[in-house]
Design a protein around this ligand. Structure first.
Ligand SMILES: [Mg+2]
Length: 234
C-alpha cells in the first residue's frame, strides 16, 4: 500500500512565507518616491532633505524601526511645516505605484493555487499591512499566515511560524539563521547577485522559485515513495 502517495495526491498544500521589503517590494524605489514628493512639497532640494531626514532614526534594542507617524512628526518639526501636508505627501497613492519587482505578481498568481501563501516580515505591523494593501499584495496572503514582527528572529517570533514552511527572503543573515534553526525551508532571493555564502537554497529572482519548490516536492515525493514501497527503488 502506497499510503504516502495517497496522502501526497490528496493535496496537502505546503506553506510559503514571503519577506516584503526588497523581496516583493522594491523598497528603494518606494522610499525615493515619497522622499522626492515630500522634499518637493517643502520646496527643499532632495539632497538637503536627505541630510535632515537622516536625523530620524529610532533605535530600539539595536535595530531601527520605522514608524510613519513619528517620521512625519519629525519632518514637520524639522522643516516647520504642517504634519497634515507631509502626511498627505507620504501616503500619496502614486508613491505606491509600480513598486513591486516585475517577477512578483505573475509568480504569486502561479503559486496561489498550489500553496498557502503568507508573509514573514520585520517592521512596524500597521505600516507593513498598509504597504500590502496599497500595492495590491494583500489578497494573495492568508490572514492567519501573516507574521510581522519588530524583530523576526526572536524565539517567540520563530515559535509562531508553521514548522516546515518555505521562507523566501532577500536577507542572507535571516536565511542563515533560519537554516541554523532547522525547522524551516529557507530560500534566499539573491537579487543583487551577492556572494552566495549559504547552505540554503538560492534563487536570483522569483522566476526561479518554482523549480526550487519542485525539487523539494520531488525529493519528498521520492523519499515517501521509496519508503512506502522499497521495491520501487531497486
Ligand atoms: Mg527584505
Amino acid at each position: 500500500m502506497k499510503t504516502s502517495l495517497i496522502c501526497y495526491d490528496s493535496g496537502v498544500r505546503e506553506i510559503i512565507l514571503f519577506d516584503i521589503d526588497y523581496n516583493l517590494v522594491n523598497t528603494g524605489k518606494f522610499k525615493n518616491n515619497y522622499k522626492t514628493r515630500i522634499s518637493s512639497l517643502l520646496g527643499v532640494p532632495l539632497e538637503d532633505f536627505l541630510k535632515v531626514e537622516q536625523g530620524y532614526v529610532k533605535k530600539e534594542k539595536g535595530f531601527t524601526e520605522f514608524v510613519p507617524l513619528d517620521y512625519i512628526k519629525y519632518l514637520s518639526e524639522s522643516f516647520n511645516a504642517p504634519e497634515s501636508d507631509i502626511s498627505k505627501a507620504f501616503f500619496h497613492d502614486d508613491n505606491f505605484k509600480d513598486i513591486l519587482f516585475d517577477d512578483v505578481i505573475g509568480n504569486l498568481d502561479n503559486l496561489k493555487n498550489d500553496y498557502h501563501l503568507g508573509v514573514y516580515s520585520e517592521s512596524f505591523k500597521d505600516y507593513q499591512m498598509f504597504k500590502l494593501h496599497k500595492t495590491g499584495l494583500l489578497p494573495y496572503f492568508e490572514s492567519d499566515l501573516i507574521f510581522i514582527f519588530s524583530n523576526k528572529l526572536t524565539e517567540e517570533a520563530l515559535s509562531l511560524l508553521p514548522q516546515g514552511c518555505f521562507i523566501v527572503d532577500d536577507n542572507l543573515p535571516v536565511i542563515n539563521a533560519l537554516k541554523q534553526v532547522g525547522k524551516y525551508k529557507p530560500i534566499w532571493v539573491n537579487r543583487m547577485g551577492d556572494e552566495e555564502d549559504t547552505d540554503a537554497s538560492v534563487i536570483r529572482d522569483l522566476n526561479e522559485l518554482g523549480s526550487v519548490l519542485k525539487k523539494y516536492s520531488d525529493k519528498i515525493f521520492s523519499e515517501e515513495f521509496l519508503l512506502s514501497d522499497p521495491g520501487i527503488g531497486h
